[in-house]
Design a binder for this molecule. Structure first.
Ligand SMILES: *Cc1c(COP(=O)(O)O)cnc(C)c1O
Length: 419
């Protein structure tokens, strides 16, 4: 059973000060997740998690992760600026973008970030933009084809199609690219790849590591380039559904270590650092969207209307994603009602849940929509003139800190020109 990280009493106290809807994050859970990840990779002295800023671009969250020793993975100008403002500098910033404007490379270089190139043509583009190639450089690899893991009767436990994705160098381009970058002055090289998203499997990272470690050994041998780090990127998933089980990060770390000792150590590359860029795994379960029940509608279905909408959490509307819902205070009541839980957008996909079995809901009930901590608030938008909600942090001592105020109509009008 999925449990909220706070009680009804705590939540009611919070709503006295902060009106719904809002996103709420759990400091204790975030710190614990960061520490578990660090422990799982403690065997690798250079290990570092670069938190994917796009998942939760909130200063209070980024600073907390910095305290836990994380860096940041940025993909845009404003994410770089945000990271700078939050105290991340130099190689604590990874810049993994694509179709990158010149100004973004310039800022990344100015901040001393590690630049992760998405394409072969960006080698010349970077040289023209900066006037030189940085000594430390990373390239994103795309093996093409289909990435599959663990066949069972129900199909593959992980399956994704890198061949259809716009990211990364082909293998041939990577070999050419490394030679070219070396000739242009690069000295320390990294390899990055993101082959599958939201994987619920302890085998994804080890399988990816196996591919990248072998590639790194081949690259060093053939090009003479010094591969210093291998970035496993994001993709470790979370159990959105209550019947799914969570990944075991310790087992994942041990699985990567096994590949490391099998492939890199014999190749004389035992000093390579492992990097990750997890977003969802770090923050997803450590945040929720809190909303209040406003209305009921009995037509061809039973609708529960809430004060949040897809503009606050887009995943159900966009991907048909499941987000578990707890009716606060009714955790022990039988789920003997079937509802569609809907927001107020003029869009029929604005449904947090369809045909969901829940306890009987009443007006004024507080609903916790789980696992919104990553790719939740950050994917928000202003459609229908909806304003972005506040973000709050439940501190370890039980107090609540405002991380971001809710937007006001003035924010909405700020960019409009009336005359
Ligand atoms: C989105 C993204 C991540 C984070 O992905 P998660 O699924 O949240 O772990 C990491 N790296 C890059 C380059 C990304 O685009």
């Amino acid at each position: 059973m999925k449990k909220p990280f706070l009680s009804l009493d705590q939540l009611q106290a919070i709503t006295q000060t902060y009106p719904t809807p809002f996103h709420l994050y759990d400091e204790k859970g975030i710190r614990q997740t960061a520490r578990n990840l660090k422990a799982a990779f403690a065997w690798n002295p250079g290990f570092k998690e670069y938190f994917a800023v796009k998942a939760t671009p909130t200063p209070g969250i980024l600073k907390l992760l910095r305290e836990e020793g994380c860096g940041v993975d940025c993909s845009s100008l404003t994410e770089l600026m945000l990271s700078d403002k939050c105290g991340f500098h130099g190689h604590d910033i990874m810049f993994s973008s694509n179709e990158t404007p010149a100004g973004e490379y310039q800022l990344a270089e100015q901040l001393g970030a590690v630049i992760n190139l998405d394409d072969f043509t960006h080698i010349d583009f970077l040289k023209e933009t900066l006037g030189y190639i940085p000594e430390t450089i990373s390239c994103r690899f795309n093996p093409g084809g289909v990435f599959q893991l663990g066949e069972s009767k129900e199909g593959f436990q992980v399956m994704d199609t890198p061949g259809d994705s716009k990211y990364g160098f082909t293998k041939d381009q990577l070999f050419e690219g490394f030679k070219k970058l070396k000739a242009m002055g690069a000295k320390r090289f990294g390899i990055h790849a993101f082959l599958a998203s939201n994987t619920l499997s302890n085998d994804y990272y080890p399988a990816l590591a196996g591919i990248l470690f072998q590639l790194a050994a081949d690259l060093e041998r053939e090009t003479g380039c010094d591969v210093c780090f291998i970035n496993l990127s994001g993709g470790v998933g979370i159990p959105y559904r209550p019947d799914q089980s969570a990944n075991d990060i310790a087992a994942i770390g041990a699985g990567v270590r096994e590949q490391f000792e099998k492939i890199l150590v014999p190749a004389g590359m035992g000093d390579v650092s492992i990097y990750t860029e997890l977003g969802r795994y770090m923050l997803g379960p450590n945040g929720c969207l809190v909303t209040k029940v406003l209305h009921f509608k009995h037509t061809y279905k039973e609708y529960v209307g809430v004060d949040a909408c897809a503009a606050n959490l887009m995943r159900p509307a966009m991907y048909g994603a499941y987000h578990h819902i707890t009716v606060m205070g009714k955790e022990d009541k039988p789920s003997d009602h079937t509802y569609d839980v809907v927001g107020s957008l003029c869009e029929n996909n604005d449904k947090f849940a369809i045909d969901r079995e829940l306890p009987e809901i009443e007006t004024g009930d507080l609903l916790v929509i789980h696992d919104s901590g990553a790719h939740g608030f950050s994917m928000g938008y202003n459609y229908n003139g909806k304003l972005r909600s506040a973000e709050l942090l439940l501190r370890e001592d039980g107090s609540v800190k405002l991380l971001r105020r809710a937007e006001t109509p003035e924010d909405y009008f700020a960019t409009m020109i009336f005359d």
